[in-house]
Design a protein around this ligand. Sequence first.
Ligand SMILES: [Zn+2]
Ligand SMILES: [Zn+2]
Length: 265
Amino acid sequence: MAKQDSKNNIKVLGAYGGKATNMELTSLQLSKEIVLDAGNLIGGLGNGIRNINHIFITHAHLDHINDIGFLIDATFESRTTPLKIYAQKNTLDSIKKHILNWEIWPDFTQINLIGTQQPSIELVEIQLDETIEIHDCKIKAIPNNHTPSSNGFVIEKNNTSSILFTSDTYCCDSIWEEANNNPKITAIIVDVSFPSRMEQLAYDSKHLTPSLLEEELKKLKRDDISIYVNHIKPSYKLEVVTEIIKSNLLLNGGNILEAQDVIDF
Ligand SMILES: [Zn+2]
Ligand SMILES: [Zn+2]
């Protein structure tokens, strides 16, 4: 399918799988009100944090949920509607049990917005393959291969084009089948965390390396999809970037993502 003249885009707020100077944790901004993963909302959004009403979470690892507690804390007084957190059941349970538990952070699901009977955080359970529609965005959770309850997302905007975010993942068929079967997908953001020499650690922690991605890309039966990479572990940045470029994995104008990049799709 020819790439259309679409103005759809999303903004990268953080693109790494660990923290280091000028390397921010995973988050994407889909629209003024909607973000996906919460690794770097405060630093990435600045004053824009007050507009965020919907956070979609791929899994409960710390680099993806880090800023949920700080965002509700910073916007509590100005909120008029609950901050909605969307994720699969196990992920919501983990956030509630281990973060919003009054010990690590207050349980904002039990704290009402000022002058209302509405909670300041509302946890919304989603299912795999379910599509949630908010304004001009359709967001669908898809299976990946990382933790038992992790998922990626396909984001469609304005009923025109879609971008697929694998989130953290090891080898799997579901992501590539989704891309092969959905002609609206024009770009994929994929996890490459470790250099190829660390394949055992990549397997144990369920992430990809450049050589594993090269193998995975053989499952993609289309030649019109842009491939973007994120989630590099900061300690291995130079090595991973060198391998990705040498193996020519950034297809159709894709890139290695950095905070504040805007991806057109
Ligand atoms: Zn991660
Ligand atoms: Zn993870």
